[in-house]
Design a protein around this ligand. Sequence first.
Ligand code: F0G
Length: 355
Amino acid sequence: MGWKGLIEEYRKFLPVDQNTPVITLNEGNTPLIFAPKISALINENVNLFLKYEGLNPTGSFKDRGMTMAISKAKQNGAKAVMCASTGNTSASAAAYSARSGLKCIVLIPKGAIALGKLAQALIHGAEVLAIDGNFDQALELVKEITDNYPVTLVNSLNPFRIEGQKTAAFEVCDSLGKAPDYLAIPVGNAGNITAYWKGFNEYKQNNKISNLPVMLGFQAAGSAPIVNKAIVTDPKTIATAIKIGNPASWKSAETARDDSQGLIEAVTDDEILAAYQLLAQTEGVFVEPASAASVAGILKLAKTGYFKNNTPINIVCVLTGHGLKDPDRAIAIIKQPEVISPTVAAVLEKIKLDK
Ligand code: F0G
Protein backbone atom coordinates (compact mmCIF):
# COMPACT_ATOMS: atom_id res chain seq x y z
CA MET A 1 0.00 0.00 0.00
CA GLY A 2 2.94 2.36 -0.51
CA TRP A 3 4.87 4.41 2.02
CA LYS A 4 2.96 5.09 5.26
CA GLY A 5 5.49 7.32 6.97
CA LEU A 6 8.65 6.56 8.90
CA ILE A 7 7.01 5.30 12.09
CA GLU A 8 5.37 2.41 10.23
CA GLU A 9 8.48 1.76 8.14
CA TYR A 10 10.93 1.67 11.04
CA ARG A 11 8.56 0.78 13.88
CA LYS A 12 10.86 -1.84 15.40
CA PHE A 13 13.63 0.74 15.85
CA LEU A 14 11.37 3.35 17.48
CA PRO A 15 9.88 3.75 20.98
CA VAL A 16 6.27 3.29 19.87
CA ASP A 17 3.73 0.64 20.79
CA GLN A 18 0.25 -0.40 19.71
CA ASN A 19 -1.25 2.41 21.80
CA THR A 20 0.75 5.17 20.10
CA PRO A 21 -1.56 7.27 17.93
CA VAL A 22 0.56 7.69 14.81
CA ILE A 23 0.35 11.30 13.64
CA THR A 24 1.90 11.26 10.20
CA LEU A 25 2.02 13.20 6.95
CA ASN A 26 3.83 10.26 5.28
CA GLU A 27 7.18 11.94 5.97
CA GLY A 28 10.51 10.29 5.14
CA ASN A 29 11.42 8.19 2.09
CA THR A 30 13.25 11.17 0.60
CA PRO A 31 15.44 10.58 -2.45
CA LEU A 32 19.18 10.06 -2.38
CA ILE A 33 20.19 11.86 -5.56
CA PHE A 34 23.52 11.28 -7.31
CA ALA A 35 25.34 14.57 -8.00
CA PRO A 36 27.65 13.94 -10.97
CA LYS A 37 28.88 17.52 -11.43
CA ILE A 38 29.82 18.08 -7.80
CA SER A 39 31.38 14.60 -7.58
CA ALA A 40 33.63 15.46 -10.51
CA LEU A 41 34.78 18.65 -8.80
CA ILE A 42 36.23 16.59 -5.95
CA ASN A 43 38.00 13.70 -7.70
CA GLU A 44 37.22 10.90 -10.16
CA ASN A 45 36.78 8.35 -7.38
CA VAL A 46 34.12 10.28 -5.48
CA ASN A 47 30.42 9.51 -5.73
CA LEU A 48 28.58 12.31 -3.99
CA PHE A 49 24.90 11.88 -3.16
CA LEU A 50 22.36 14.42 -1.94
CA LYS A 51 19.87 13.35 0.74
CA TYR A 52 17.14 15.79 -0.28
CA GLU A 53 15.27 16.35 2.96
CA GLY A 54 13.51 19.38 1.51
CA LEU A 55 11.05 16.87 0.02
CA ASN A 56 9.50 16.09 3.38
CA PRO A 57 5.87 17.28 3.83
CA THR A 58 6.71 20.66 5.36
CA GLY A 59 9.92 21.02 3.38
CA SER A 60 12.55 20.04 5.95
CA PHE A 61 14.00 17.11 7.92
CA LYS A 62 12.17 18.34 11.02
CA ASP A 63 9.12 16.29 10.01
CA ARG A 64 11.00 13.11 10.88
CA GLY A 65 11.38 14.22 14.47
CA MET A 66 7.99 15.85 14.64
CA THR A 67 5.96 12.78 13.67
CA MET A 68 7.52 11.06 16.68
CA ALA A 69 7.37 14.02 19.09
CA ILE A 70 3.73 14.80 18.33
CA SER A 71 2.61 11.15 18.33
CA LYS A 72 4.24 10.63 21.73
CA ALA A 73 2.87 13.92 23.08
CA LYS A 74 -0.61 12.70 22.09
CA GLN A 75 0.00 9.30 23.67
CA ASN A 76 1.15 10.96 26.88
CA GLY A 77 -1.97 13.12 27.08
CA ALA A 78 -0.45 16.51 26.21
CA LYS A 79 -2.78 19.34 25.28
CA ALA A 80 -0.16 21.77 24.01
CA VAL A 81 3.37 21.79 22.62
CA MET A 82 5.95 24.54 22.42
CA CYS A 83 9.21 25.22 20.62
CA ALA A 84 11.79 27.88 19.89
CA SER A 85 12.75 27.96 16.28
CA THR A 86 14.82 29.46 13.50
CA GLY A 87 11.80 28.55 11.36
CA ASN A 88 11.69 24.94 10.25
CA THR A 89 10.92 23.39 13.61
CA SER A 90 8.04 25.80 14.03
CA ALA A 91 6.68 25.04 10.54
CA SER A 92 6.76 21.33 11.25
CA ALA A 93 5.43 21.57 14.82
CA ALA A 94 2.57 23.74 13.56
CA ALA A 95 1.60 21.29 10.81
CA TYR A 96 1.71 18.13 12.95
CA SER A 97 -0.08 19.94 15.79
CA ALA A 98 -2.84 21.02 13.41
CA ARG A 99 -3.23 17.43 12.28
CA SER A 100 -3.33 16.07 15.83
CA GLY A 101 -5.48 18.78 17.40
CA LEU A 102 -2.77 19.95 19.81
CA LYS A 103 -2.26 23.61 20.57
CA CYS A 104 1.12 24.79 19.28
CA ILE A 105 3.08 27.75 20.65
CA VAL A 106 6.16 29.01 18.87
CA LEU A 107 8.86 31.50 19.87
CA ILE A 108 10.93 32.90 17.02
CA PRO A 109 13.73 35.45 16.92
CA LYS A 110 12.28 38.70 15.61
CA GLY A 111 13.05 39.38 11.94
CA ALA A 112 15.37 36.38 11.64
CA ILE A 113 13.31 33.62 10.09
CA ALA A 114 12.75 33.03 6.39
CA LEU A 115 9.43 34.07 4.88
CA GLY A 116 8.19 30.61 3.85
CA LYS A 117 8.69 29.22 7.34
CA LEU A 118 6.81 32.07 8.98
CA ALA A 119 3.95 31.58 6.49
CA GLN A 120 3.79 27.90 7.39
CA ALA A 121 3.65 28.41 11.16
CA LEU A 122 0.93 31.04 10.74
CA ILE A 123 -1.29 29.20 8.27
CA HIS A 124 -1.22 25.99 10.34
CA GLY A 125 -2.65 27.99 13.22
CA ALA A 126 0.23 28.07 15.70
CA GLU A 127 0.42 30.85 18.22
CA VAL A 128 3.56 32.61 17.01
CA LEU A 129 5.41 35.08 19.19
CA ALA A 130 8.50 36.92 17.96
CA ILE A 131 10.94 37.78 20.74
CA ASP A 132 13.23 40.74 20.67
CA GLY A 133 16.22 38.42 20.98
CA ASN A 134 17.94 35.49 19.27
CA PHE A 135 17.22 31.75 18.97
CA ASP A 136 19.33 30.82 22.00
CA GLN A 137 17.35 33.20 24.20
CA ALA A 138 14.07 31.87 22.78
CA LEU A 139 15.12 28.31 23.62
CA GLU A 140 15.98 29.29 27.21
CA LEU A 141 12.49 30.75 27.62
CA VAL A 142 10.86 27.66 26.16
CA LYS A 143 12.86 25.36 28.44
CA GLU A 144 11.83 27.33 31.51
CA ILE A 145 8.15 27.44 30.54
CA THR A 146 7.90 23.78 29.54
CA ASP A 147 9.68 22.78 32.78
CA ASN A 148 7.06 24.56 34.85
CA TYR A 149 3.79 24.35 32.92
CA PRO A 150 1.86 21.50 31.27
CA VAL A 151 3.25 22.13 27.81
CA THR A 152 5.45 19.62 25.97
CA LEU A 153 8.75 20.84 24.56
CA VAL A 154 9.23 19.75 20.95
CA ASN A 155 12.70 21.11 20.28
CA SER A 156 15.34 18.43 19.68
CA LEU A 157 16.01 18.27 23.43
CA ASN A 158 12.90 16.11 23.31
CA PRO A 159 14.42 12.62 22.84
CA PHE A 160 11.58 11.51 20.55
CA ARG A 161 12.73 14.12 18.02
CA ILE A 162 16.14 12.43 17.79
CA GLU A 163 14.47 9.02 17.51
CA GLY A 164 12.48 10.13 14.48
CA GLN A 165 15.39 11.93 12.84
CA LYS A 166 17.72 8.92 13.11
CA THR A 167 15.60 7.22 10.42
CA ALA A 168 17.28 9.39 7.79
CA ALA A 169 20.50 7.47 8.47
CA PHE A 170 18.57 4.21 7.99
CA GLU A 171 17.25 5.42 4.65
CA VAL A 172 20.71 6.44 3.45
CA CYS A 173 22.02 2.93 4.24
CA ASP A 174 18.97 1.25 2.72
CA SER A 175 19.50 3.23 -0.51
CA LEU A 176 23.23 2.61 -0.80
CA GLY A 177 23.09 -0.97 0.51
CA LYS A 178 25.75 0.07 3.04
CA ALA A 179 26.82 3.07 5.10
CA PRO A 180 28.46 5.93 3.18
CA ASP A 181 32.15 6.59 3.77
CA TYR A 182 31.42 10.21 4.75
CA LEU A 183 28.26 11.95 5.94
CA ALA A 184 28.28 15.75 5.63
CA ILE A 185 25.68 17.75 7.51
CA PRO A 186 24.92 21.36 8.54
CA VAL A 187 25.08 21.90 12.30
CA GLY A 188 22.88 24.38 14.17
CA ASN A 189 21.39 23.22 17.43
CA ALA A 190 23.22 19.93 16.74
CA GLY A 191 20.23 17.60 17.08
CA ASN A 192 20.46 16.25 13.56
CA ILE A 193 24.13 15.21 13.62
CA THR A 194 23.33 13.50 16.93
CA ALA A 195 20.37 11.71 15.35
CA TYR A 196 22.29 10.49 12.29
CA TRP A 197 25.11 9.15 14.43
CA LYS A 198 22.60 7.30 16.63
CA GLY A 199 20.92 5.89 13.53
CA PHE A 200 24.13 4.62 11.96
CA ASN A 201 25.19 3.01 15.23
CA GLU A 202 21.86 1.27 15.72
CA TYR A 203 21.93 -0.03 12.16
CA LYS A 204 25.41 -1.42 12.81
CA GLN A 205 24.34 -3.05 16.08
CA ASN A 206 21.49 -4.70 14.17
CA ASN A 207 23.92 -5.95 11.48
CA LYS A 208 22.23 -3.90 8.78
CA ILE A 209 25.61 -2.29 7.97
CA SER A 210 29.17 -3.30 8.76
CA ASN A 211 30.88 0.11 8.74
CA LEU A 212 30.20 3.53 10.19
CA PRO A 213 30.67 6.76 8.23
CA VAL A 214 33.06 9.56 9.12
CA MET A 215 30.84 12.42 10.31
CA LEU A 216 31.58 15.87 8.88
CA GLY A 217 29.59 18.72 10.44
CA PHE A 218 29.58 22.30 9.18
CA GLN A 219 28.64 25.47 11.01
CA ALA A 220 28.36 28.95 9.54
CA ALA A 221 31.54 30.90 10.30
CA GLY A 222 29.68 33.67 12.18
CA SER A 223 27.80 31.08 14.27
CA ALA A 224 30.39 28.44 14.96
CA PRO A 225 30.49 27.77 18.71
CA ILE A 226 31.53 24.12 18.40
CA VAL A 227 34.36 24.96 16.01
CA ASN A 228 35.55 27.86 18.18
CA LYS A 229 34.94 25.97 21.45
CA ALA A 230 33.03 28.98 22.83
CA ILE A 231 29.44 30.21 22.98
CA VAL A 232 28.69 32.88 20.38
CA THR A 233 26.50 35.51 22.05
CA ASP A 234 25.62 37.37 18.87
CA PRO A 235 25.64 34.79 16.06
CA LYS A 236 25.62 36.07 12.49
CA THR A 237 25.01 34.36 9.14
CA ILE A 238 22.71 34.58 6.13
CA ALA A 239 21.91 30.90 6.81
CA THR A 240 19.26 31.83 9.36
CA ALA A 241 18.32 28.20 10.05
CA ILE A 242 21.70 27.57 11.69
CA LYS A 243 22.15 30.99 13.29
CA ILE A 244 22.69 29.47 16.73
CA GLY A 245 25.36 30.39 19.26
CA ASN A 246 24.84 27.82 22.01
CA PRO A 247 23.66 24.48 20.59
CA ALA A 248 21.53 22.30 22.85
CA SER A 249 23.20 19.08 21.67
CA TRP A 250 26.76 20.45 21.70
CA LYS A 251 28.23 17.46 23.63
CA SER A 252 26.62 14.76 21.53
CA ALA A 253 27.75 16.50 18.34
CA GLU A 254 31.32 16.32 19.65
CA THR A 255 30.81 12.64 20.43
CA ALA A 256 29.63 11.97 16.86
CA ARG A 257 32.64 13.86 15.53
CA ASP A 258 35.21 12.19 17.78
CA ASP A 259 33.87 8.63 17.73
CA SER A 260 33.72 8.69 13.94
CA GLN A 261 37.14 10.38 13.59
CA GLY A 262 35.38 13.16 11.78
CA LEU A 263 35.39 16.90 12.18
CA ILE A 264 33.18 19.94 12.65
CA GLU A 265 34.37 22.96 10.71
CA ALA A 266 33.15 26.39 9.65
CA VAL A 267 32.13 27.62 6.20
CA THR A 268 31.73 31.31 5.39
CA ASP A 269 28.53 32.85 4.07
CA ASP A 270 30.23 33.31 0.70
CA GLU A 271 31.10 29.62 0.57
CA ILE A 272 27.54 28.72 1.55
CA LEU A 273 26.07 30.94 -1.17
CA ALA A 274 28.46 29.56 -3.78
CA ALA A 275 27.39 26.00 -2.94
CA TYR A 276 23.73 27.11 -2.88
CA GLN A 277 24.02 28.35 -6.46
CA LEU A 278 26.13 25.40 -7.60
CA LEU A 279 23.49 22.95 -6.38
CA ALA A 280 20.70 24.83 -8.11
CA GLN A 281 22.56 25.56 -11.33
CA THR A 282 24.48 22.34 -11.95
CA GLU A 283 22.47 19.65 -10.16
CA GLY A 284 18.97 21.13 -10.39
CA VAL A 285 18.46 20.92 -6.64
CA PHE A 286 17.11 23.98 -4.83
CA VAL A 287 17.84 24.12 -1.11
CA GLU A 288 17.77 26.78 1.54
CA PRO A 289 21.13 28.42 2.34
CA ALA A 290 21.78 26.49 5.59
CA SER A 291 21.45 23.20 3.72
CA ALA A 292 24.17 24.19 1.28
CA ALA A 293 26.64 24.29 4.19
CA SER A 294 27.14 20.52 3.82
CA VAL A 295 28.21 20.84 0.17
CA ALA A 296 30.23 24.01 0.89
CA GLY A 297 32.08 22.09 3.57
CA ILE A 298 32.89 19.14 1.33
CA LEU A 299 34.22 21.43 -1.40
CA LYS A 300 36.33 23.28 1.16
CA LEU A 301 37.81 20.03 2.52
CA ALA A 302 38.43 18.77 -1.02
CA LYS A 303 40.55 21.86 -1.72
CA THR A 304 42.76 21.08 1.25
CA GLY A 305 43.35 17.55 -0.09
CA TYR A 306 41.22 15.88 2.59
CA PHE A 307 39.87 13.24 0.16
CA LYS A 308 42.98 11.41 -0.98
CA ASN A 309 41.27 8.20 -2.02
CA ASN A 310 42.48 6.11 -4.98
CA THR A 311 39.45 3.86 -4.77
CA PRO A 312 35.77 4.78 -5.05
CA ILE A 313 34.16 6.40 -2.02
CA ASN A 314 30.61 7.51 -1.28
CA ILE A 315 29.92 10.89 0.29
CA VAL A 316 26.39 11.81 1.35
CA CYS A 317 25.52 15.48 1.85
CA VAL A 318 22.38 16.07 3.87
CA LEU A 319 20.29 18.85 2.29
CA THR A 320 18.11 19.74 5.23
CA GLY A 321 15.52 22.16 3.82
CA HIS A 322 13.85 23.23 0.56
CA GLY A 323 14.91 26.35 -1.32
CA LEU A 324 11.36 27.67 -1.44
CA LYS A 325 11.54 28.21 2.32
CA ASP A 326 13.66 31.30 1.71
CA PRO A 327 12.73 32.76 -1.69
CA ASP A 328 14.07 36.19 -0.72
CA ARG A 329 17.63 34.86 -0.71
CA ALA A 330 17.48 33.53 -4.27
CA ILE A 331 15.88 36.71 -5.52
CA ALA A 332 18.44 38.87 -3.75
CA ILE A 333 21.44 37.26 -5.43
CA ILE A 334 20.20 36.57 -8.96
CA LYS A 335 19.48 39.26 -11.57
CA GLN A 336 15.77 39.96 -11.91
CA PRO A 337 13.96 39.29 -15.21
CA GLU A 338 13.96 42.14 -17.69
CA VAL A 339 10.55 43.51 -18.75
CA ILE A 340 10.05 43.58 -22.53
CA SER A 341 7.17 44.24 -24.98
CA PRO A 342 4.86 41.28 -25.61
CA THR A 343 6.07 40.63 -29.13
CA VAL A 344 8.01 37.82 -30.83
CA ALA A 345 10.48 40.40 -32.09
CA ALA A 346 11.24 41.69 -28.61
CA VAL A 347 11.71 38.15 -27.25
CA LEU A 348 13.94 37.13 -30.16
CA GLU A 349 16.05 40.20 -29.77
CA LYS A 350 16.87 39.23 -26.21
CA ILE A 351 17.41 35.48 -26.53
CA LYS A 352 19.42 35.52 -29.75
CA LEU A 353 18.51 32.05 -31.06
CA ASP A 354 20.40 30.55 -34.02
CA LYS A 355 18.14 29.28 -36.78
N1 F0G B 1 19.30 22.94 8.32
C1 F0G B 1 18.09 23.49 8.46
C2 F0G B 1 17.34 23.83 7.22
C3 F0G B 1 17.56 23.72 9.74
O1 F0G B 1 16.35 24.26 9.85
C4 F0G B 1 18.33 23.40 10.87
C5 F0G B 1 17.83 23.65 12.22
C6 F0G B 1 19.59 22.80 10.65
C7 F0G B 1 20.04 22.61 9.38
C8 F0G B 1 20.46 22.41 11.78
O2 F0G B 1 19.98 21.27 12.41
O3 F0G B 1 19.73 22.21 14.67
O4 F0G B 1 19.67 19.76 14.29
O5 F0G B 1 21.81 21.02 14.05
N2 F0G B 1 16.79 24.30 12.48
C9 F0G B 1 16.20 24.49 13.80
C10 F0G B 1 14.84 25.15 13.70
C11 F0G B 1 17.09 25.06 14.81
O6 F0G B 1 14.40 25.80 14.65
O7 F0G B 1 14.19 25.00 12.68
P1 F0G B 1 20.31 21.04 13.96
